[in-house]
Design a protein around this ligand. Structure first.
Ligand code: FMN
Length: 216
């Protein structure tokens, strides 16, 4: 699948049917995770594959009782081995890089599942200590995310995203775009209108917010 299609198609699925994920598909998903970038290429991630029904049940309880989680035939628990990151990058490594590296791996998992037509969801509302106890995770390793993997009968609509023009600042916070410095010619009419703030907008808070981007 084209990357753009994959980005559009990816969504969080919270219902699963009984169809099992083929081993080779699971391996390609995990391989995608392995290819993620990481600070200093430390690759501080490890992946616990959870298939046993009773363990999935315990995990869903530890995930603030999100019972739908145990419907998914596979959970990938992404863990960060903290020692190396701490040794190389100190406090910043522990506080930031370790988490970001694992988040990059998790996003690769989500995109690869979308690519393969597999349903998934990133779950992070859980009790760290309970997850560590259930999965016998050592002291120096921190669970960073649980990804549910399986197939769904549901058709999940893409959740709305803010328009790009709400998110852009040029050269400084709240900076306006300078005409001619951004090669908009090569982009689609819609993106151009969005970035230039000339796209039709509704009234209200967002329209007001947007007015600060209008006609630069
Ligand atoms: C850090 C993080 C934690 C999340 N935790 C949960 C969670 O505990 N339970 C859940 O149902 N969804 C969770 N999600 C999924 C988000 O709710 C979802 O990505 C968001 O609503 C956007 O929807 P989409 O993924 O379908 O685009 C989490 C997502 C992220 C990135």
């Amino acid at each position: 699948m084209e990357l753009d299609q994959c980005l559009e198609k990816r969504a969080s699925y919270r219902t699963y049917n009984d169809k099992q994920v083929a081993w080779e598909d699971l391996i390609s998903v995990l391989n995608a995770a392995r290819l993620a970038p990481s600070s200093g290429n430390l690759q501080n991630w490890s992946f616990i594959i959870v298939q046993k029904q009773e363990v999935r049940e315990e995990i869903s309880k530890a995930a603030l009782n999100q019972v739908w989680i145990n419907q998914a035939p596979i959970l990938i628990v992404v863990c960060s081995r903290m020692e190396n990151v701490k040794r190389h990058y100190g406090d910043r490594g522990e506080r930031l890089y370790a988490i970001q590296n694992c988040a990059a791996a998790i996003n690769n998992i989500l995109l690869k599942t979308a690519d393969l037509g597999i349903a998934s969801c990133w779950v992070n509302a859980f009790d760290d200590e309970a997850i560590k106890r259930i999965l016998k995770i050592p002291e120096t390793v921190v669970p960073q995310g649980i990804i549910t993997i399986g197939y769904s009968n549901e058709r999940v609509e893409k959740m709305k995203r803010y328009d790009l023009d709400l998110l852009l600042h040029f050269d400084e916070w709240n900076g306006k775009k300078v005409e001619g410095l951004f090669p908009l010619k090569q982009h689609s009419k819609e993106l151009k209108e969005t970035v230039l703030g000339t796209k039709e907008k509704g009234k209200g808070f967002f329209a007001n917010f947007l007015s600060r981007f209008k006609k630069r």
